[in-house]
Design a protein around this ligand. Structure first.
Ligand SMILES: *Cc1c(COP(=O)(O)O)cnc(C)c1O
Length: 487
């Protein structure tokens, strides 16, 4: 019997590629205009009610022209981005993105390859980009690595390998209920929250993380770490991993990497480094020594979407021992049998990650490194650190302002002094200054608390910032401070 062909066959491709081309060109042209004119725009602006209402509209059942959709986005989405692409955004710790990275994102989506595996250019390129990162960070060639969606996931992947390697049982088969001894991980009180979340997900629980106090400079107190480890051994716990932070989120402080490594080797403990902020300091000839020793870590998490300015999300986990890395994640069911030839041949990248289907994130890093060379990124990091020192200098010179501590790298913590000695009054003054800076679109610092004192925090991880932007910040803080205290 002859099969009947379908009378109508639809596709998502346009009937008319030419109008699509014109719409796409407009998006590219206007994106370039937008980036070129950023400094004159507000950093951020509050969302009016009609925009909020736009995002409540029901699901469309019928088509609309691409051009019109883009116009809607121009009215509702584009004016309300977070602001981290702006030269005066220094909140939390983000990168500013860049146009080449955006093009890479586009080209990767058009290429469409699935980075779970396959004998593809996209996979070869990812392996090369990971090799480049290993090389630039001083990791051995024999190490393995994977791109992943964020620093939190990079840390999770690393700690998953650490747990499995150190558990003392076949944890993949037996699970954590059959662990011979309860495991203990160590991180300072300044470590990122993703470490604790990882241990929760890994079934070990938050209490498996022994929080080690930090010293006056907000780096891990090494003596306290040794006490913690020996105390836990005495209690019957098994110390398995120290999470050293190379660049804490609060202040950029850097744990004593080499001292922690010595302790890990002596105690036979996995040496993990959360380098989401600091690992890329290795690209800078002037500042690489600040993170000396991270290249000897058993595992390292890093975030090219922070200091390297790749668009989100672009992160990477490096594992020194490739076999342990693979043994943690490899699993092939019938539909993913390894083949000697063809599209599915070669190593599966999913053997090194929890993620299977994913985009070619490495393409961003690859194109950016090709275009600019690694030394340019090192200079941009130096520039941000010099800008942080400049801002600290402005703060020090101004009697109305207080510098909380000398910036370790590119994070400046400071505050407006308050006429009242009351800590709460100072906090509300500085919070109000911060919120007005954000709401008026002037600049975007965030805030934190250091040694019990609330303060503003400018994390200058932004290739668009110029020192003039920092002058403007200080002027605006003083003006708003006077306004609030006067009114
Ligand atoms: C940002 C950060 C993370 C989390 O990384 P994401 O990419 O935001 O998931 C982890 N550790 C440190 C030290 C960080 O600064």
């Amino acid at each position: 019997m002859k099969a009947n062909r379908l009378p109508v066959e639809e596709t998502l491709d346009p009937l008319d590629w030419e109008s699509t081309r014109a719409a796409a060109y407009r998006m590219v042209d206007e994106s370039i205009d937008r980036l070129a004119g950023l400094r004159g725009q507000p950093v951020w602006q509050p969302m009016p009610d009609q925009v909020r209402a736009f995002f409540k509209q029901p699901a469309p059942r019928q088509p609309a022209p691409l051009d019109e959709i883009y116009d809607e986005l121009k009215r509702n989405l584009l004016p309300h981005s977070m602001g981290n692409i702006h030269p005066r955004f220094w909140a939390w710790y983000m990168g500013a993105g860049n146009f080449t990275g955006a093009l890479a994102e586009f080209l990767g989506a058009i290429d469409g390859s699935n980075l779970g595996g396959g004998d593809t250019g996209a996979k070869a390129l990812e392996l090369q980009a990971v090799d480049w990162l290993k090389e630039l960070l001083g990791f051995p060639e024999t190490a393995s690595g994977t791109m992943t969606s964020g620093g939190s996931i990079a840390n999770l992947l690393c700690l998953n390998v650490a747990r499995n390697a150190m558990a003392g049982n076949d944890v993949r088969a037996e699970g954590i209920t059959s662990l011979p001894q309860p495991l203990r991980f160590y991180a300072s009180d300044q470590a990122h929250s993703c470490g604790q979340k990882a241990l929760e997900i890994l079934g070990l629980g938050a209490r498996a993380l022994h929080i080690v106090p930090s010293n006056a400079g907000l780096a891990m107190d090494i003596g306290a770490l040794e006490v913690a480890i020996s105390g836990d051994r005495a209690k019957g716990f098994k110390p398995v991993c120290v999470i050293a932070t190379a660049g804490t989120t609060n202040t950029g402080s850097i744990d004593d990497i080499e001292a922690i490594e010595r302790i890990c080797r002596r105690e036979n403990i996995w040496f993990h480094v959360d380098g989401c902020i600091g690992a890329l300091l290795k690209l800078s000839a002037n500042h690489a020594q600040l993170v000396k020793g991270i290249e000897r870590a058993d595992s390292l998490a890093l975030d090219p979407h922070k200091l390297m300015q790749a668009p989100f999300n672009t992160s990477c986990a490096l594992i020194r021992n490739r076999e342990l890395h693979r043994a943690t994640f490899t699993l092939h069911h019938a539909y993913l049998e390894e083949k000697p030839r063809g599209i599915g041949s070669g190593e599966f990248l999913a053997d090194y990650s929890l993620e299977l289907t994913r985009s070619p994130m490495a393409l961003k890093v690859w194109m950016m490194l090709k275009q600019h060379g690694s030394e340019k990124f090192g200079r941009l990091i130096d520039q941000n650190i010099a800008q942080a020192r400049y801002l600290a200098g402005l703060v020090r010179a101004e009697p109305k302002l207080e510098l909380m501590l000398e910036p370790a790298i590119n994070i400046v913590c400071f505050r407006h002094r308050s006429p009242s000695v009351d800590e709460e009054a100072t906090k509300s003054l500085n919070t109000e200054i911060m919120l007005r800076l954000q709401e008026q679109g002037i600049a975007a610092p965030s805030d934190t608390t250091i040694h019990g004192k609330h303060c503003l925090r400018a994390a200058i991880a932004n290739h668009r910032t110029k020192t003039g932007d920092l002058d403007l910040l200080v002027e605006a803080v003083l003006k708003l401070g006077a306004e609030i205290l006067g009114g």
